[in-house]
Ligand binder design. Structure first.
Ligand SMILES: NC(=O)c1ccc[n+]([C@@H]2O[C@H](COP(=O)([O-])OP(=O)(O)OC[C@H]3O[C@@H](n4cnc5c(N)ncnc54)[C@H](OP(=O)(O)O)[C@@H]3O)[C@@H](O)[C@H]2O)c1
Length: 209
C-alpha cells in the first residue's frame, strides 16, 4: 500500500514513519513536510506550503492517509491560528485525498474530542472529526490519545509536569487517563491504515497504554 503521512516530523508522525518504512506491506510512504527528511528508498517527502497545497500532485493518489499534524495554542499564537492548523489543514488534506480517490483516513485526534465541548481544544478536535465524517471515506478512524509520552525536543512545561505526575500515579489510574506512548499510538494508526475496515472507528486512550 501507498501511505500518505502528514505530520511526519512530529513525535507521533516520526514513529508512524519508522514503523511504516519497516513494514513490508507499505510500498511507499509519501510525507509532505515543511522541512527536509533524511532520504530513504521508499520515502517521497516533498516540501510543501500547507497554505497552498499542490492540488494536482500525483502523490495524493495513495491508499490511506495518516494525519498526525497539530500544533499548540502557544506555538500557534491565537485560537484562529490553532484552528487553522488542527482543523483546516487536516480537512483540506482530506478533501484533496478524497478527490484523488483515497479510501481511508486515520486522524490523530484526542481524548474528549467533541464539537459541543466547552473546552476549545476538545471542540477543535471534535469539529475535525465531525467534518471528516462528511467526506465519504470508506474507512475513517479517530485515534484519541490522552497525554502522549515520548522524547520531545520542544519543552512544554505543562506536559512535562503532567508526565511526571502520571508516571508516579499512573498504575492507580483508570486506563484511559494513563500516558499513551507515541509508538503505541503510531502502531494503532498504521494498523487501521492497513486494515482499512469499512465505517467509522474510534481507538480510545484506554487501548493505547
Ligand atoms: N501532546 C499531547 O499530549 C497530545 C495529546 C492528545 C492529542 N494530541 C494531538 O496529537 C497530534 C500529534 O501530536 P504530536 O505530539 O506528535 O505533535 P508534534 O510533535 O507537535 O508534531 C506536529 C506535526 O505537525 C506539523 N505542524 C505543526 N504546525 C504546522 C504548520 N503550521 N504547518 C505544517 N505542519 C505543521 C509539525 O511539522 P514541523 O516539524 O514542520 O513543525 C509536525 O510534523 C496533534 O494533533 C496533537 O494535537 C497531542
Amino acid at each position: 500500500m501507498k501511505l500518505l503521512l502528514v505530520g511526519a516530523t512530529g513525535l507521533v508522525g516520526s514513529h508512524v514513519m519508522r514503523l511504516a518504512l519497516a513494514e513490508d506491506r507499505v510500498t511507499q510512504v509519501i510525507a509532505p513536510v515543511r522541512r527536509a527528511l533524511p532520504a530513504h528508498p521508499r520515502l517521497l517527502a516533498p516540501i510543501v506550503d500547507f497554505e497552498a497545497l499542490p492540488e494536482e500532485a500525483p502523490w495524493w493518489a495513495a491508499d490511506a492517509v495518516i494525519c498526525a499534524l497539530g500544533t499548540t495554542l502557544r506555538t500557534a499564537g491565537s485560537r484562529e491560528a490553532f484552528y487553522r492548523v488542527d482543523h483546516d489543514y487536516p480537512i483540506a488534506i482530506a478533501r484533496l485525498a478524497r478527490r484523488h480517490g483515497v479510501p481511508a483516513f486515520i486522524l490523530n485526534s484526542a481524548i474528549g474530542a467533541d464539537s459541543g465541548s466547552s473546552f476549545f481544544y476538545n471542540r477543535v478536535k471534535g469539529d475535525t472529526e465531525r467534518d471528516l465524517a462528511t467526506l465519504g471515506f470508506h474507512s475513517l478512524t479517530y485515534v484519541r490519545p490522552g497525554l502522549i509520552g515520548g522524547d520531545r525536543q520542544e519543552f512544554r512545561v505543562g506536559e512535562r509536569l503532567a508526565t511526571v505526575v502520571l508516571h508516579l500515579i499512573g498504575p492507580a489510574l483508570p486506563r484511559r487517563w494513563r500516558i499513551n506512548p507515541a509508538g503505541r499510538i503510531a502502531a494503532a494508526m498504521l494498523e487501521a491504515a492497513l486494515a482499512e475496515s469499512p465505517g467509522i472507528h474510534v481507538v480510545a486512550s484506554a487501548e493505547l497504554v
